[in-house]
Design a protein around this ligand. Structure first.
Ligand code: ATP
Length: 296
C-alpha cells in the first residue's frame, strides 16, 4: 500500500466524574466522551525505518522524540504484530496541544489505524483497542469516535446514541495545562473530603438520546473544572463570557484549559462564536459539531 490517510477527532467530556485517588495515584472515572469535528490527520507511507514528522498549526508544541504518542503507537503496534516498525508518518496537528481535547490520544489512534492498513495487519477493533489502552486511557475512545460512556480510567467503553447533531463552540486558551497538575490540584481541593465513586447520571444519557441541546446543557458536569480554574483563574472569565454570550451551557473540557459551550443550532453557534471572540477572554474560537467519527 502506498499511502494511508486517516482523520481522528478531538474529544470533549460533557460529563467527567472523578473518583477518589487510588493507592497507585490514579483516579477511576465515569465519563461521557463526545468526539467533535476538529481533526488531526495522520498520513502513513512505506519507509526504511520509522520517522514521524508533525505539521500544521499546533505542530510546535509536541515532542519530536520517542515520547511522541504517534511514535509510541507505531512501535507498540509493530511489536504486538511482530513486524518491523517501518513507516513515514506525518501528523497534521489541528488539535491544540495540552488543551483537554485529547489530541495526543487522537494521534496515537490515527497511527494505529493507518499503520494497521499500511502494514496490512487486518487487526480487529478489539485488538487495536488493546494496544490503544497501553498507550493512554483516552486512546481507545479516539479509535472509536462517536459518543461513549467511559469507565475504569476511561478505557472501558460503551457506545451511546445521540439523537441530534450538537453544535459546540470551543474557546481555546493561549497556553496548555498539564493533566497531572490538574489532578494534583483536585486532590488538594478534596483533601479531607469523602469522595463518592464516579458515576454518569441518567439525565445526560436521556438528554443525549433525545437530542435535546437544552437538556444536555443542563446536565453538563466536570469534576476537574474547579481545579483547572484554580490553576488558571482567567478560565472563570471565559466561562462567564460564554454564559453572557448566550450559550445554553458551558464547561471546561477534560483537564482544560479549553472551554466548550453548547449552542442551540448552527446559526446560534455562529453568533456565540462571534461574541466569545469579541470578549477577548480566549486565544481562539472554534465552531465544531458532534458526534464526529474517526477515519472519515
Ligand atoms: P491528556 O490526553 O493527557 O488529557 P490533553 O488532551 O490535555 O492531555 P494532549 O494534546 O493530548 O493534551 O497532550 C498532552 C501531552 O502529551 C502534551 O503536553 C505533549 O507534551 C504530550 N504529547 C506527546 N505526543 C503528543 C502528540 N502527538 N500530540 C500532542 N501531545 C503529545
Amino acid at each position: 500500500m502506498l499511502q494511508v490517510i486517516t482523520r481522528v477527532p478531538a474529544k470533549i467530556n460533557p460529563v467527567l466524574s472523578v473518583g477518589p485517588a487510588r493507592r497507585d495515584g490514579y483516579h477511576d472515572l465515569a465519563t461521557v466522551f463526545h468526539a467533535v469535528s476538529l481533526y488531526d490527520e495522520v498520513r502513513a507511507r512505506a519507509g526504511d525505518d520509522l520517522t514521524v514528522t508533525m505539521s500544521g498549526p499546533y505542530a510546535g508544541g509536541v515532542p519530536s522524540d520517542a515520547t511522541n504518542l504517534a511514535t509510541r503507537a507505531a512501535r507498540a503496534l509493530a511489536k504486538r504484530a511482530g513486524v518491523p516498525a517501518k513507516a513515514r508518518v506525518d501528523v497534521h496537528k489541528a488539535i491544540p496541544v495540552a488543551a483537554g481535547l485529547a489530541g495526543g490520544s487522537a494521534d496515537a489512534a490515527g497511527v494505529l489505524r493507518a499503520c494497521d492498513a499500511l502494514w496490512e495487519l487486518g487487526a480487529s477493533d478489539t485488538e487495536l483497542a488493546t494496544v490503544a489502552a497501553t498507550l493512554g486511557s483516552d486512546v481507545p475512545f479516539a479509535l472509536a469516535g462517536g459518543t461513549a460512556v467511559g469507565t475504569g480510567r476511561g478505557e472501558r467503553l460503551r457506545g451511546i446514541t445521540v439523537g441530534t447533531t450538537l453544535h459546540w463552540v470551543l474557546a481555546v486558551a493561549s497556553r496548555g495545562l498539564s493533566t497531572p497538575d490538574v489532578y494534583r490540584r483536585l486532590d488538594e481541593l478534596r483533601s479531607g473530603v469523602s469522595v463518592p465513586e464516579p458515576a454518569v447520571g441518567e439525565a445526560i444519557l436521556t438528554a443525549l438520546a433525545g437530542g435535546d441541546p437544552g437538556a444536555v446543557a443542563a446536565s453538563l458536569r466536570n469534576d476537574m473544572q474547579e481545579a483547572a480554574v484554580a490553576l488558571r483563574p482567567e478560565l472563570a472569565d471565559t466561562l462567564r463570557a460564554g454564559r453572557e454570550a448566550g450559550a445554553l451551557g458551558g464547561i471546561v473540557s477534560g483537564s482544560g484549559p479549553t472551554c466548550a459551550f453548547l449552542a442551540r443550532d448552527g446559526e446560534h453557534s455562529g453568533e456565540l462564536a462571534a461574541r466569545l471572540d469579541a470578549s477577548g477572554t480566549c486565544a481562539q474560537v472554534l465552531q465544531v459539531t458532534g458526534p464526529a467519527r474517526t477515519g472519515d
